[in-house]
Ligand binder design. Sequence first.
Ligand SMILES: Cc1ncc(COP(=O)(O)O)c(C=O)c1O
Length: 398
Amino acid sequence: MATRPDTAAPAPEAARWLPFSEPSIGEEEIAGVLGCLRSGWLTSGPLVAEFEEAFATYVGARHALAVNSCTSALHLALEAAGVGPGHEVITSPMTFTATAAVIEHLGARPVLADCDPVTLNVDPRAVAAAVTPLTRAILPVHFAGQACDMDALEAIAREHGLAMVEDAAHALPTRYGQRMVGAIGDATCFSFYVTKTITTGEGGMVTTERDDLAERMRLMRLHGMSRDAWRRYAQGGSWSYDIVAPGFKYNLPDLAAALGIAQLRRSEEFRARRAAIARAFDAGLAGVSGVRTPVVADPDAHAWHLYVIRVEPSELTIDRDTFIRELTDRGIGVSVHFIPLHRHTYYRERYGFAPGDLPVAQRAFERILSLPIYPKMTDADVERVIEAVRDVAQGNRR
Ligand SMILES: Cc1ncc(COP(=O)(O)O)c(C=O)c1O
């Protein structure tokens, strides 16, 4: 994690650096990993199978396949859904590059549809307008842990015969009506990167209701090999295997699954703490001039991976970047989710985007910043964040 910058304010209460994110690793996680180390089996095997089964049950999915990142999950899911050269996949600009990069890896084109100004999820009207005869899939991103308007997106997918592959890197656990994210689209991709709501250090999971997709992804996650290592090297296994496709090396090791099993058991506890912090931020920042808290339709359905505030430049003498600097000067780690994809050199040069394209994402980008929100934060940490945001806003009021 980042260390406190040299420019930090000297006030004693600000001397301690509050990281933007920190995982909650307890004795259960440590015991799980030690147990795996002592077992002698480190790569994908029985703990991966146990993790997959627990995960599928948790989100209500028919299949769950553990992989080594959400990026791998997205790549596998799109490949299995038949995305290839010359195709288009519609996604959001308010995401991490991985979402779009995997589309490019398959020789297809990421088509960016603008966001809803309130949720920063992709706007179904923009998605509908972006469909062409080349479109093969919609790739919505459940921004911050709040579900997209899946009814509207599913209607578009049905009308045009498109696959629905969801980027749920932020969305464990997220509810959408009676369903959990993970049991909605053709395939749903989760991240267990260290900042996410549960972690395996690095890792991911892809869920699906479809047997055909599960079969293809299972094959492609491990070299396109007809038989995995556990079934080859375990007692009673056979040395023989066949390669039936040029697959990837995307399997999750048991060592990481041991961590995942313990983390998954704590998912509800983690969510409750994140939700409590979000409520405290809502209350503590309500009515602060120059600051807007997130507007959320159903806070109980939200995973609260991120708590994104917006600064309102017309009410402040400083811009968002200076607001961030002033918070870091007070020892608070913050981040920005996201620099919209069309602002990055690669996408700009490849597709000729101008900053004014995707105006909703652009306008939001100039205002957003993500506050720290994770179960390990104490009530005093939460209070410190609120005080720091209030202090910066009030000290720079227009
Ligand atoms: C929206 C989104 N999608 C995908 C990813 C990629 O996840 P991973 O690091 O597990 O590959 C991230 C990671 O930050 C993300 O935020």
